[in-house]
Write a protein that binds this ligand. Sequence first.
Ligand code: LMR
Length: 393
Amino acid sequence: MFSTLEALPSDAILKLIAEHASDARSEKVDLGVGVYRTEQGETPVLASVKKAERQILETQTSKTYLGSGGDPEFNLLSQQLTFGDDVAAERITTLQTPGGSGGLRVAAGLVLRARRDATVWHSNPTWANHVPLLGGAGLNLKPYPYYDYESRSLVFDQMMDRVNAIPEGDLVLLHGCCHNPTGMDLSQSQWKELAERIAARKLLPFVDMAYQGFANGIKEDVYPIHLLAGMVPEMIVVTSCSKNFGLYRDRVGSLSFVCSNAETAATVRSQAHNLVRTMYSMPPDHGAAIVREILGNPSLRAEWVAEVDGMRARLKNMRVSLVAALRREAPDHDFSHVEQANGMFCFLGISEPQVERLKKDCGVYMVNSSRINVAGITPGNVDYLAKSIALVL
Ligand code: LMR
């Protein structure tokens, strides 16, 4: 049976992890996969997470099943983190999911059950796994314009023109903040304009929030979600705890359906639980228990918020440092767009052969599109990085 299968190429982002790991050069730089790194280039377990884990170890009395929706307390706290008190809780149903990806996959299954012929409109470009994941689940996908590579900026007017032509009932996939891969987010006034258009055209917002806290702050970054939730009857929101809690491999996320009333929310919940039961039965608990401990304990929560603030500040500092170093090393080239982006990513704006040369000649790793993870930049490597980039320009 298995001889009928053809080998597939490795995932473009994940393969960079192995390539960088097997590079023996001491000056190598990893700007590939989206994980946070300290000034020492490490991805440590957050202090708040360590404390929560200790508490769980001491107080957990059972590891019995929790059910397809996961831990109800995690779900409530996660829902509040995303929606605050702005939306009546009975209109929302939230499930704990295996990372943001698990949430996207369950959301896709539910959309297919509700309206098989709906199309999900995604930004061009978008996270490299959005189309494979959602398309692989069976959804129709189409792009809307988002970014112009030449001017290295958003194309909001073109985006709005396309949104204006999307048929009623289709879904619009939006990055809650820290757009991946461009790092370019809409301004508040652009979000307002977009939300009005989405509401007027009776479209369903489908928000992927993977970087809450990395743009402007934990509370500030959910602005578009609050705005949309106040304007549309139905909406889907997926969150990830991979980056802001540093729980990458523990697989923690949430999926919320905002419904027009409590009765519909209960029906959607029953469908979503059924979908989960038929896919992976139940989500893993450990990471979600950590998040529950942190969000439910005021002092741990404050410690976590401060840790996220620290990560955000470091990312912003590294953008500034890289642009300054590039101004010195490549004065004829303008990289100021790097400073304008939010979160971990942006495009450097160099060609694929230049990306390849950086890897081969300098041990600098990034995605072929020239997407860089600025968390891989440190005070110790920023000059080498800028010199390497200047070399291939
Ligand atoms: C990324 O875009 O690098 C991250 O979201 C990790 C991943 O799974 O692709």
